[in-house]
Design a protein around this ligand. Structure first.
Ligand SMILES: CC(C)(COP(=O)(O)OP(=O)(O)OC[C@H]1O[C@@H](n2cnc3c(N)ncnc32)[C@H](O)[C@@H]1OP(=O)(O)O)[C@@H](O)C(=O)NCCC(=O)NCCS
Length: 165
């Protein structure tokens, strides 16, 4: 298995993975992935095996503290010098779940954001995954303003603490 950043050539495979992981109303389209990959390929991490993408984490960077629905749709809201790394989607192929892939990828994505000097990482998730992200160090901030896919989302934040000299 290889872990790497993505390129625009991966858009097709990533959108197929997305469709296998999310209901239609929540899944990002091929066009959305093409846009995102043109603007912020460095903020995509994928696990690849035998030419297939098994797991993917992605999201833009912004000075906005909270994750909004507009961010999903507008890749041009990405600000490479922004303070917060957002996570839009974590998806693992159904045949490869519960082997630690998503946990490992989220940890790596968080590690990259910390190295880049961000303040932290923000995501939204459904209630049944709150404990999963808490295990990875995220704090539940309650119901988010997002109406993405017509369901209730919880906003979760991991804030980096830096030693002061
Ligand atoms: C959620 C998801 C990304 C987890 O991927 P994964 O590679 O299987 O994750 P890991 O193996 O690292 O961790 C598995 C943990 O996730 C949590 N989890 C996964 N599916 C769950 C479910 N249906 N109900 C409750 N917890 C679940 C559990 O804590 C589980 O730990 P356990 O196996 O010890 O019980 C994957 O199930 C997926 O793609 N789901 C559909 C898309 C989705 O909902 N993404 C999250 C949006 S924020």
């Amino acid at each position: 298995m290889t872990v790497r950043k993505a390129t625009v050539e991966d858009a097709d495979k990533i959108s197929r993975l997305e469709a296998s992981a999310f209901p239609k109303e929540e899944a990002a389209s091929l066009a959305a992935f093409q846009d995102r990959l043109r603007v912020y390929p460095d903020h995509f991490l994928v696990v690849e095996h035998d030419g297939e993408i098994l797991c993917c984490v992605n999201g833009l960077v912004t000075d906005e503290k909270d994750l909004t629905d507009e961010m999903y749709a507008s890749a041009d809201l990405h600000d490479k010098n922004g303070k917060w790394q957002m996570i839009f989607g974590v998806a693992t192929h159904p045949d490869h779940r519960r082997q630690g892939l998503a946990s490992d990828m989220v940890r790596r994505f968080v590690g990259q954001a910390e190295k880049e000097g961000r303040l932290g990482v923000v995501l939204t998730c459904k209630e049944y995954l709150v404990h999963f992200y808490e295990r990875l160090g995220f704090v539940n901030e309650g119901v988010s303003g997002s109406a993405h896919g017509g369901v209730t989302w919880y906003q979760m934040r991991l804030t980096f603490t830096r030693q002061k000299n």
